[in-house]
Design a protein. Structure first.
Length: 319
């Protein structure tokens, strides 16, 4: 069994992971379909393309002996946490790409419960034994890409260049198709575009330590545990013995938005759930999500959902 086969072998996962055939593809789901799926195409021995649509915070991978794999990860939507060999973390967001052998890990974390993107897994051992003819004809090799992007030094993280993004968009349009031949051609074109791009000298990617990411995660847990409470950034910073600026930077780095926006949207999502699923009065719902003033709550809710709370409830019940 190749390194890459092990990576997607359902038998090596914890319970809840299912891999089922779907025509020329295989679909991997985690516990429930609403958590999202990976749609996998085997392009050649040692070459797998994955269309990822994920709606959960954590997605496991069967690590086992899955070594010496070059992974190209292109984020189309949401955020993906990337753990580096040196113990640091980075966050891949929409319009960014990661290339390297360091990012195949036991599980992937998606801070916002949302990730859409394309991943191309290249088993370097398998391809050295049996090169992929399409790559050869396209004058593309994983080794050239690794040398070009200096991935032997560090995982390459940078904004996705426009021509690469164009190739990605064409490929993404085939995510639900069975057009394996076209997917193979566009995958080779994608690699060709990556190889010919100039290396970004100072990529605008921030790196965080394990403890900084832990502070960001715990801050989110505190905020979401009781939405009726109004925690200040100063209070939270003092709790973790860091400056307010540092706390805000850690949080924004991990979740892609500042504390106030995150809290407001979390409160509005909870308010919408209560309006749909309970008979609570608007004033009661407002209090449960941290608003003492019902009018202020209604105004914020209307900006978020385009209608007042009671109208939202009425429409939700009609649906």
């Amino acid at each position: 069994m190749s390194n890459l086969s092990q990576l997607f072998d359902a038998g090596r996962f914890p319970g809840g992971v299912e891999v089922r055939p779907d025509g020329k593809a295989a679909v991997m789901t985690l516990r429930e379909p609403e958590n999202g799926s990976l749609r996998l195409f085997s392009l050649w021995e040692g070459v797998t393309l994955s269309f990822n649509r994920i709606d959960t915070q954590v997605w496991p991978l069967a690590q086992a002996e899955a070594n010496n794999i070059l992974l190209l990860n292109f984020c189309q939507k949401g955020r993906c946490e990337v753990a580096l060999d040196d113990g640091q973390f980075a966050f891949l967001s929409q319009g960014y790409m990661a290339v390297g052998t360091q990012q195949v890990q036991e599980e992937y974390c998606y801070p916002g419960n949302l990730y859409e993107g394309i991943e191309l897994f290249l088993d370097l051992d398998a391809l050295s034994r049996q090169p992929y003819p399409l790559f050869q004809e396209s004058e593309v090799s994983p080794e050239e890409i690794m040398e070009h992007l200096h991935t032997h030094r560090r995982l390459y993280l940078a904004a996705t260049p426009p021509t690469v993004q164009t190739a990605l968009e064409k490929l993404w349009q085939l995510r639900d198709s069975q057009e394996l031949g076209l997917i193979k051609l566009l995958s080779a074109r994608l690699l060709w575009e990556v190889k010919r791009q100039p290396v970004e000298a100072s990529p605008s990617i921030r790196y965080f330590t394990r403890s900084q990411v832990a502070i960001a995660r715990e801050t989110r847990e505190i905020l979401c545990a009781d939405l009726s409470r109004n925690h200040t950034a100063r209070e939270l910073a003092e709790r973790f013995q860091v400056s307010e600026t540092s706390l805000k930077n850690y949080f924004r780095g991990a979740f892609g938005e500042n504390l106030s926006i995150f809290l407001r949207e979390a409160r509005m999502r909870r308010a919408a759930e209560l309006l749909r699923d309970t008979e609570l009065r608007v004033a009661e719902i407002a209090a449960q999500v941290g608003y003492e003033n019902q009018s202020k709550f209604a105004a914020v809710f209307a900006r978020q959902f385009g209608c007042p709370p009671l109208e939202y409830r009425r429409r939700a019940r009609l649906d």
